[in-house]
Design a protein. Structure first.
Length: 166
């Protein structure tokens, strides 16, 4: 059975940390590949998800068996992403695009998190310690589904530790 890895992170991450996050995500995706993961899921909803997608597609050059799927929360989000040149290029290279809802609903990100947690064996979480929001909801979904979690802590006093939680 193929192993699947997903990612989530805050949509409003500090742009000053972009390179640190990019490096940490690259290390985590490379580790996932070393650990036998071949399927990768990204919702394309924020910077971490886009960097994750870029990293997977870059690694696919040396590992042609890797597959990236987009899990888009709702149809209009996909329409908006297809209007962004960088996101469109990544989406065009996805194996498939799964749209969870036709229209936006208040629980659409909870549904996305549930889908990602249920369909993944490992989740990479870019997390700044907030106790509210979609990222902490994803952490709860991962725990509820008893999946492996790899955390990339971000924030003023946090450095990447490659920490692992179960």
């Amino acid at each position: 059975m193929e192993k699947t890895c997903c990612v989530t992170g805050h949509r409003d991450m500090d742009t000053e940390q972009t390179e640190e996050i990019r490096d940490a995500l690259k290390k985590e995706v490379e580790k996932a590949v070393e650990d036998g993961y071949v399927c990768f899921l990204s919702s394309f909803t924020g910077p971490a998800e886009l960097v994750f997608a870029e990293t997977v597609l870059d690694l696919k050059k040396d590992h042609p068996d890797l597959r990236l799927s987009a899990v888009i929360p709702y149809r209009n989000k996909l329409v908006r992403l297809m209007d962004q040149e960088a996101a469109k290029g990544l989406l065009d290279d996805c194996e498939d695009i799964i749209v969870l809802k036709e229209e936006y609903q208040p629980n659409v990100y909870t549904e996305r998190n549930r889908y990602l947690a249920e369909h993944s064996d490992r989740a990479i979480i870019v997390y700044d310690g907030r106790d509210k929001g979609a990222t902490v909801n994803m952490i709860r979904q991962v725990h509820r589904n008893k999946k492996e979690m790899r955390e990339i802590p971000i924030g003023l006093n946090l450095k990447f530790s490659g920490g692992q939680r179960f």
